[in-house]
Design a protein around this ligand. Sequence first.
Ligand code: SF4
Length: 395
Amino acid sequence: MALGVYISVPFCRTKCSYCNFASDVFSKTVFETYVARVRADVERSRQIVAQMGGKFEHEVDSIYLGGGTPTVLDSVQLARIFDAVREQFAVRAEAEVTVECAPGTLTPGTVEGLLRCGVNRVSLGVQSFVDVEAAAVGRLHRHQTVLDDIARLRAAGTTNINIDLLAGLPHQTAESWEASLVEAAATGVPHVSVYMLEVDEDSRLGRELIAGGTRYHAHFVPDDESTADFYLAACEKLESVGIAQYEISNFARDRFQSRHNLKYWKRQPYLGFGVDAHSMLMSAASGADAVRFSTADSLEKYVSGAPLLQTVVSRHAALEESFFLGLRLTAGVDLRDMSRGFGEKAVELFQGTISEFVDGGLIDRCGDSVCLTSRGRLLSNEVFQSFISSADVSA
Ligand code: SF4
């Protein structure tokens, strides 16, 4: 099966207050070192994969540059990363090639440079079309910036565009959220991702929400119930304009589902490079199903060559993964396919868990498939946890 290649670029112009990714603002002087390190890893990917006990095909049908804000690198640096990938792998002519961009970083020169690299899909981190909301969390763009970026991309021939929206931002109300949804739909983009604000210790806003305070506008964050309502309103609104939900957080018009991201949920092979990049490949050893490995989650550790973290995925763990990743998809999990892949007896073991969630209204049965209900999507972490045992083997 063709491979997906992910490359992380952990640099941003500013650090958004809600962001819990391994990204930050760094001096441009480290960009060259980073690009060189990523290129070196891409060049020795066969060796890395052999050491991790995985196997993969030479053909690549998706490349995804995420982060961070990859477009803070200049066109020459971006081209050097893409060149390394194309030198080491057979990238299919029709491959999906995505770059994440912060609105306002797409100058005409950058767009031209991306096209030269073969980029045919752009994901814009909009989060909100309401300027006061975007500004409150440190985004540097206004809503007109987004419209200008989309127009520039389309004029250059790129129509496969995603807009990220975030429910639960400070100052967000039902009306302002509706305004963002209406604006996103009016742009006519074929893909929208909707996330709910994560409250954890890994972001400044998250920490303020836990500890209290006003510096990052935590006192203007809507309550959990409102955020859940915003999410449900997004599902309804996007569906009504033909942008159908295909995953918990992802919505697309026909044939515009993200090929790269589908690999994560369908357990198809992908190889990641750069800071905090994750890989999943079929195992080269007969006793295991797959191998997962990830790079260091800080720039300093990554550049200094910190070892990869490896997890061997047993057959049983693979079955669990197939359940909790597959349930993220609107189409759900086909139990016949699972029985064919893992054996009827192994799948039988999960019938009790499934029945429990069907009775609780979190899972629906549709013929041979099971999928999350809309309430199940809101409580998905609770559902997924029940499909995971402690039998996984980590190293
Ligand atoms: S631009 Fe994206 S990656 Fe960078 S700080 Fe903001 S949310 Fe995080």
